[in-house]
Design a binder for this molecule. Structure first.
Ligand code: SF4
Length: 729
């Protein structure tokens, strides 16, 4: 099916498609007119190219891109991928708008003064020259390259984008912003319990008899999984959603349980208590596979009551009992643990308590079961693009690490040596990170800020040099998912638009310039075909995992892993004991509790009585997509969702402008009265609107979540432990 854009406006298309297809993924292809910036090609040339969506989304879709006369005309989901199933989300369908957006950064540019908006077009050679001379000057002044810092990931990111790490290593030891804002507390929690993260193939979800979606909203954030959820439901699986917000996913479930934010661990412990008291524990599985369950059970028996759990969570005792009874008797039963729930000061510990339920009931290592968080099983490439050696004569021995989630303060504090230059790739700290105000202050300390990006976002505006990068349709890539088990090649569909280059081409170009100015100063290869870089990433094990004999078989289409689709099926856990660890000495060594005991949630400060949650928005992923014209057409201004009771307390009417503030900062936006959220909890979706001075993170402190350091190098951010006061604007 094709839509004629003359008869069917893009506004109508998106509205209609969201209503009909957002939950299940869109199954249609949209034909578009081209742009004034298309590459000139002979008329009549038409081809279909394999692409993949690299936008830090669960789904990592395989895409078929139709190119006519050198113009990307159409994108659609690749039916060969049984997870993508020929569908894309609204964000995916908007790709033709981002590729040909007039707002794309077209050329390398330098800015007269940061934030001035006075940009001057420069050549690539000039850009490389400015950057390379600065690198060499820093090296000369400080005797090493530690004053150069990399802040990176993760949007517009495929495995080749790891080259920016290699680029830094190739000039010497540097400073690296390490960690990730999104999911580290949950990763650590599962690392303590299981040894690493390893969810079942999500396509296996259809085999569940009972599915608890706990703190995830796949209707917006993993639309292709919603098809599997609904298929499971059709086959008789009961779908339960536990969330502080009545999400679109919750609206499709059999049962929605609204929970007070950050009390998920208390609910899990209440369920554990019921399972123990009612003999719903799989002692056979525990005896064979688990360590420390007796200590955990002793804790639960002695310390936990259902009345306490009900009081803590706001979930009635009878509801907890029913939930525990149903989960404890349905076999197999699965829990999908979302990332939002671990964005709290007790988030990791809450995840450990939920993991414990899956282990107690023997639902680990089974089709239709699991405590599903994420997987890195399919990420075993060579990382050739990262593996560069420091140049001869390097005097330092290792990189300096700073916490990506507190990078502003750490840049300000770094003195020996100070940080003088920052390279930002696949990331926009000024829209994604906490304390954007302090980030600007930190940048004031720097001599040079270089950003490689697609659009003129707030981070680019605070840079000295911007380098235009390619969209996925203009370059090579290799994509795997942290959720499903498919691997897809991304082949260039069209010529790079304007003067855009991939991060890998930029790394090679910079190396060439550095070596021209000072031979031997950079070890990164100065040339190479991108296709060869892709080929160099494949290991024999990776090929075997995907049933490939040669990497270029992927040119025929995406491939699914043939092994490892059910997490922990072999019962060989990666913990020190080789068992599932209710009692984790590793957790203790990292400064955490031995057991998944209750850890108090953050208390609401008197001065700032409203919790402000900032989940993902359906039309964006962090700072991506919402800036496009289609998205702006249907959603052009931020709103704060508040319960009518809260609104009445503050004499706020629907549509009133309100100011949300705390000691960190303030945002002013329109009130939307709705009962999807509970009283005392406000919801503002995280997004970047290119024509608005809006950033929900203006109110957000760099408050660490409880876990994340072990697996990712830095704790996550407690995004959802953000409290504000409200006043009418
Ligand atoms: S944003 Fe996610 S669901 Fe949408 S096309 Fe990309 S990978 Fe697929």
């Amino acid at each position: 099916m094709k839509f004629d854009t003359k008869e069917f406006s893009r506004r109508t298309f998106i509205k209609g498609s969201l209503a009909a297809g957002a939950a299940l993924g869109l199954g249609t292809a949209l034909d578009l007119s081209g742009s004034p910036f298309q590459a000139a090609k002979a008329k009549g040339e038409s081809k279909i190219v394999h692409s993949a969506c690299p936008r830090n989304c669960y789904d990592t879709c395989s895409i078929l891109s139709t190119v006519e006369d050198g113009v990307l005309k159409r994108v659609e989901g690749d039916k060969a991928n049984t997870y993508t199933r020929g569908r894309l989300c609204a964000k995916g369908f908007s790709y033709t708008r981002s590729v040909y957006s007039p707002d794309r950064i077209k050329y390398p540019m330098k800015q007269a003064k940061r934030g001035s908006g006075k940009w001057e077009r420069i050549s690539w050679d000039e850009a490389y020259d400015i950057i390379a001379k600065k690198i060499l000057a820093i090296k000369k002044e400080y005797g090493n390259t530690l004053p150069i810092c990399l802040d990176k990931y993760s949007g517009n990111f495929n495995l080749l984008n790891y080259c920016v790490e290699g680029m830094m290593s190739s000039i010497g030891h540097t400073t690296r912003a390490t960690g990730t804002p999104c999911w580290p507390a949950g990763i650590d929690a599962q690392t303590f319990d299981f040894g690493t993260i390893w969810n079942n193939d999500p396509e296996d979800m259809v085999n569940s008899k009972y599915l608890i979606i706990w703190g995830a909203n796949p209707s917006w954030c993993s639309v292709h999984s919603m098809h599997l959820v609904m298929e499971a439901k059709k086959r008789g699986c009961k779908i339960v959603v536990i969330d502080p917000i009545l999400t679109q996913t919750a609206s499709k479930a059999d049962w929605f349980i609204q929970i007070k934010p950050s009390t998920d661990g208390a609910l899990a412990l209440g369920i554990a208590k019921y399972l123990l008291d009612n003999n719903m524990v799989d002692y056979g599985w525990l005896a064979a596979n688990a360590k420390g369950y007796e200590e955990f059970f002793k804790y639960v028996r002695e310390k936990i009551t259902l009345d306490w759990a009900a009081e803590k969570t706001g979930v009635k005792k009878e509801i907890i009992e029913q939930l525990a009874r149903e989960y404890g008797t349905a076999k197999p039963a699965s829990i999908w643990i979302g990332y939002g729930m671990q964005r709290h000061t007790n988030g990791g510990q809450n995840v450990r308590s939920i993991d414990a339920l899956a282990a107690m009931t023997g639902n680990i290592g089974k089709s239709g079961g699991g405590a599903q968080y994420a997987q890195l099983q399919t990420w075993g490439v060579k990382y050739n693009v990262m593996g560069m050696k420091a140049p001869a004569g390097t005097t330092t021995t290792k990189d300096r690490i700073i916490n990506i989630n507190n990078s502003a303060q750490e840049i300000l504090d770094a003195n020996d040596p100070p940080i003088k230059m920052l390279w930002i790739a696949c990331r926009s700290p000024l829209t994604q990170a906490a304390e954007p105000q302090k980030i600007k202050e930190a940048y004031d300390k720097l001599d040079l800020v270089v950003t490689a990006d697609l659009f003129m976002n707030p981070t680019v505006q605070m840079s000295d040099i911007v380098l235009p990068v390619t969209t996925p349709f203009e370059t090579w890539g290799l994509n795997v998912s942290y959720w499903h088990y498919w691997c897809a090649l991304n082949e260039p569909a069209i010529e790079p638009q304007y003067e855009a280059k991939s991060d890998l081409e930029i790394a090679m170009g910079l190396s060439k310039k550095l070596n021209e100015l000072e031979p031997g100063s950079c070890t990164f290869p100065t040339e190479g075909k991108l296709e060869d870089w892709v080929a160099a990433e494949f290991t024999p094990d990776f090929l075997k995992q995907f049933g490939l004999t040669s990497w270029d078989e992927l040119k025929k289409g995406p491939r699914k892993a043939v092994t490892g689709l059910i997490g922990w099926q072999d019962g060989k856990f990666k913990t020190p004991s080789g068992k599932y660890e209710f009692a984790s000495e590793t957790a203790v060594s990292e400064g955490h509790e031995l057991l998944p005991v209750w850890t108090e949630e953050m208390k609401t400060p008197e001065k700032y009585p409203l919790r402000l949650m900032s989940p993902h928005w359906k039309l964006s992923i962090n700072g991506q997509f919402q800036n496009l014209d289609w998205m702006m057409d249907i959603h052009s201004e931020p709103v704060v969702e508040m319960h009518p009771e809260t609104a009445a307390r503050y004499h706020v009417q629907n549509g009133d402008m309100v100011k949300l503030y705390n000691e960190q900062g303030a945002i002013t936006l329109k009130a939307k009265l709705t009962k999807v959220t509970a009283p005392d909890t406000l919801v503002v979706y995280e997004m970047w609107l290119n024509d608005k001075d809006f950033n929900v993170n203006n109110t957000l402190k760099s408050l660490p979540a409880d876990m994340g350091k072990k697996a990712t190098g830095a704790p996550g951010i407690a995004f959802h432990d953000n409290f504000v006061a409200l006043a009418k604007a």
